[in-house]
Design a protein around this ligand. Structure first.
Ligand SMILES: Cc1cc2nc3c(=O)[nH]c(=O)nc-3n(C[C@H](O)[C@H](O)[C@H](O)COP(=O)(O)OP(=O)(O)OC[C@H]3O[C@@H](n4cnc5c(N)ncnc54)[C@H](O)[C@@H]3O)c2cc1C
Length: 395
């Protein structure tokens, strides 16, 4: 049995007093904290644990924040600030819990944004209850940062069917999901204007999702192979040729929430470092008594607060309808700074633990592995730098 480590201290919630948040956000966190703290999920097997987390999050009503109220959700529209607070809190407790939560939103986001009433009724209420597991299938072996290079094709095979051929890889929840939102080339125009999104149910003949990928931290992933995989044209999400825009719109909602996950992990690392420094005895004092330790803790704290302000600002700008360019830059800034700062904070916390820091089973050791992929997925740090650099040159 491998349960999330008990919290060294309740996370600080001072930030909820910032003007980005309202009373509903404060209530959300006040209810979420004790629920999260009480969960004991065996995380020895990441796939089983992910299923368990989805079920629990669904039963407790937290997944309702991943879909709009018209389809069983908690709020009329997806609220970035609620998503950010949920992910930060869950990641503080268990990065796998955060992952299970986030994928329900990311995997169903294209249905929320562009699905027909029938598609929304079919999938979204089940996602909100935790009865169906969602996945988002964009990346391919030769098309990661370069989305325009997507080669998976969905060609019309008769009047009412698409036939998919190609490979998707690094797909979170691959082999576990009940359905995949797949981005494929339908050929309306060259490059990104010729992509469409389709919902493909797991188990559809011609879809092989059994090739699991093992990574350095618990995270269910697989490669998907489509070989003559046929779906009805009713699987198309939104307009043919509108897939790239839809993928970007989905990522636009969830990018600040990746920053929030990093923030939750960084806050946990700081809490672990403080607890350790207070009790570790050396040279006739505790580690916390030394100014060198206090300076490190201060630096960690400032790195976290910088990431936090950018994350909350990005979510607030989205919720309050700021112009698209401003939202994109704020999300890029938040994702880059919060994930990079979290990596530094976790590294400093690990260093403060000495040899224990690298011992398997020590919380900072697993955080050190958990944080790494966040600097890569949903746009690597370099991709965010380019977004910001181009904006600076245009401005
Ligand atoms: C744990 C995990 C989960 C994931 N989950 C999903 C998922 O659910 N669905 C999905 O579709 N994908 C998923 N991905 C894929 C992820 O989005 C890609 O890994 C990411 O977009 C980077 O693509 P790539 O791996 O092909 O790297 P590449 O595109 O080959 O990039 C390699 C590196 O090149 C650098 N780079 C990028 N652009 C430039 C540039 N213009 N100039 C210079 N350097 C540049 C960056 O440092 C980048 O990290 C996941 C990945 C991981 C690791």
């Amino acid at each position: 049995m491998q349960h999330p480590a008990p919290w060294p201290a309740r996370p600080n919630t001072q930030h909820l007093g910032l003007p980005f948040f309202d009373a509903a956000h404060r209530t959300l966190v006040a209810e979420l904290l004790p629920w999260t703290e009480a969960q004991q999920v065996d995380e020895g097997d990441d796939r089983a644990a992910c299923r368990d987390w989805v079920q629990r999050l669904g039963q407790a009503g937290w997944l309702r924040y991943c879909v709009p109220a018209a389809h069983g959700g908690a709020l009329a529209q997806l609220d970035s600030r609620a998503l950010v607070l949920l992910r930060e809190t869950l990641a503080f407790h268990s990065p796998l819990a955060d992952f299970a939560f986030a994928m329900q939103g990311l995997g169903s986001g294209a249905i929320t944004l562009a699905g027909s009433p029938a598609q929304q009724a079919r999938w979204l209420p089940a996602v909100a209850r935790g009865e169906k597991i969602a996945a988002f299938a964009l990346t391919e072996p030769e098309a990661g940062s370069d989305v325009a290079a997507i080669a998976t094709e969905a060609t019309l095979a008769g009047p009412a069917r698409y036939r998919l051929n190609g490979v998707k890889t690094w797909i979170s929840n691959g082999g576990l999901a009940d359905f995949y939102c797949v981005f494929a080339r339908t050929g309306e125009a060259p490059g990104t204007r010729g992509l469409s999104a389709l919902v493909v149910e797991a188990g559809t003949p011609g879809l092989d999702d059994h090739e699991h990928l093992q990574v350095m931290a618990p995270h269910p992933l697989a490669t998907l192979r489509f070989e003559g995989c046929e779906v009805g044209t009713e699987a198309l999400l939104g307009e043919a040729g509108g897939g790239f825009k839809l993928a970007l719109q989905t990522l636009d909602i969830f990018r600040p929430s990746v920053a929030a996950a990093a923030l939750g992990m960084a806050r946990r690392a700081l809490a672990e470092a403080v607890a350790h420094a207070r009790q570790r005895r050396m040279f006739g004092a505790t580690l916390a008594d030394f100014q060198l330790t206090q300076a490190k803790l201060g630096e960690m704290s400032a790195l976290i607060e910088a990431g936090a302000l950018l994350t909350y600002r990005a979510a607030w700008l989205r919720d309050t309808g700021a112009p698209q360019a401003e939202r994109t830059q704020a999300a890029a800034c938040a994702k880059m700074v919060a994930t990079e700062n979290a990596q530094r904070v976790i590294d400093m916390a690990l260093q403060m633990h000495g040899g224990r820091g690298v011992q398997v089973g020590c919380k900072v050791e697993s955080l050190y592995r958990d944080i790494r992929a966040l600097r890569i997925y949903e746009g690597a740090t370099e991709v965010q730098q380019l977004i910001l650099g181009k904006a600076a040159l245009q401005g």
